[in-house]
Write a protein that binds this ligand. Structure first.
Ligand SMILES: *[C@@H]1O[C@H](CO)[C@@H](O)[C@H](O)[C@H]1NC(C)=O
Ligand SMILES: *[C@@H]1O[C@H](CO)[C@@H](O)[C@H](O)[C@H]1NC(C)=O
Ligand SMILES: *[C@@H]1O[C@H](CO)[C@@H](O)[C@H](O)[C@H]1NC(C)=O
Ligand SMILES: *[C@@H]1O[C@H](CO)[C@@H](O)[C@H](O)[C@H]1NC(C)=O
Length: 205
């Protein structure tokens, strides 16, 4: 997703220290021992963030899938098919570092995050973004299928509340049609409905 590769600086310590104490048990990084738990295709279930340019972008966002695949031990690709008013496909390289099972990832030199504890068959990605002096926090939950338990969504809502984030700006309604698999070259010929990067750049100067 475009919003995942935005200028993001993630600090595990910052996240932990900013969470109220009662969140300790519900919002925490998760150790992942089997890489296959993160590789492959995922569908976004819900998203929350606290930065207006990101929030605005979700107004026309309908759904997305992403496919995480290893390139080497520390280099990975995140391929995405996102439906806004039209489908947009992106492929992003990122590095992933394994701290005794706790995986932190970096994209575009300024995008950092880690996987957080969540429901089984779910993937919870946490980010903190720096845009000039602005700090944006984002929390995105994915699942292996678009069907998800109401209780899992409730847990996600509690997590974002614990973090002091606004309620989810996006929840998949499972009715919109997904974008098909597609080459990333297509993206250059599209108009630009989803260019939060531009917003960010113009705001930071
Ligand atoms: C939460 O974490 C802090 C810092 O590690 C600790 O001092 C506190 O006791 C923890 N609270 C709970 C409820 O676990
Ligand atoms: C991370 O490293 C540990 C060893 O510290 C290893 O057992 C585990 O499989 C690795 N996890 C991933 C996702 O590569
Ligand atoms: C990952 O690998 C791709 C393809 O080899 C390369 O273009 C890219 O620069 C690499 N990215 C990082 C962060 O190492
Ligand atoms: C990433 O940051 C390093 C250190 O600040 C810098 O040397 C490098 O050019 C940057 N790479 C990109 C692609 O911006």
């Amino acid at each position: 997703m475009a919003f995942i590769h935005l200028s993001v600086v993630f600090s595990l310590m910052a996240l932990c220290s900013s969470a109220p104490l009662e969140c300790n048990d519900t919002v925490k990084p998760i150790a992942i021992w089997n890489p296959n738990e993160v590789f492959g295709k995922w569908f976004i279930i819900a998203a929350s963030n606290d930065y207006k340019p990101y929030i605005d972008m979700f107004k026309t966002f309908r759904n997305s899938w992403m496919d995480l695949q290893p390139v080497s031990d520390s280099n990975f690709t995140m391929k995405q098919g996102m439906l806004f008013e039209k489908c947009i496909w992106t492929t992003e390289y990122f590095t992933m570092t394994n701290h005794s099972g706790f995986l932190t990832y970096t994209m575009r030199n300024n995008t950092f995050g880690t996987f957080m504890a969540t429901c089984p068959n779910c993937l919870l990605m946490s980010f903190t973004s720096l845009d000039g002096s602005n700090v944006a926090k984002s929390f995105y939950i994915f699942a292996r299928s678009r069907k998800f338990e109401a209780s899992d969504l409730e847990k996600f809502k509690q997590q974002v509340e614990c973090l002091g984030l606004p309620p989810p700006v996006f929840i998949d309604n499972q009715e919109t049609e997904l974008c098909p698999e597609e080459g990333t070259s297509v993206i250059t010929s599209h108009p630009e409905p989803a260019k939060p990067d531009e917003d960010l750049k113009s705001k930071s100067t």
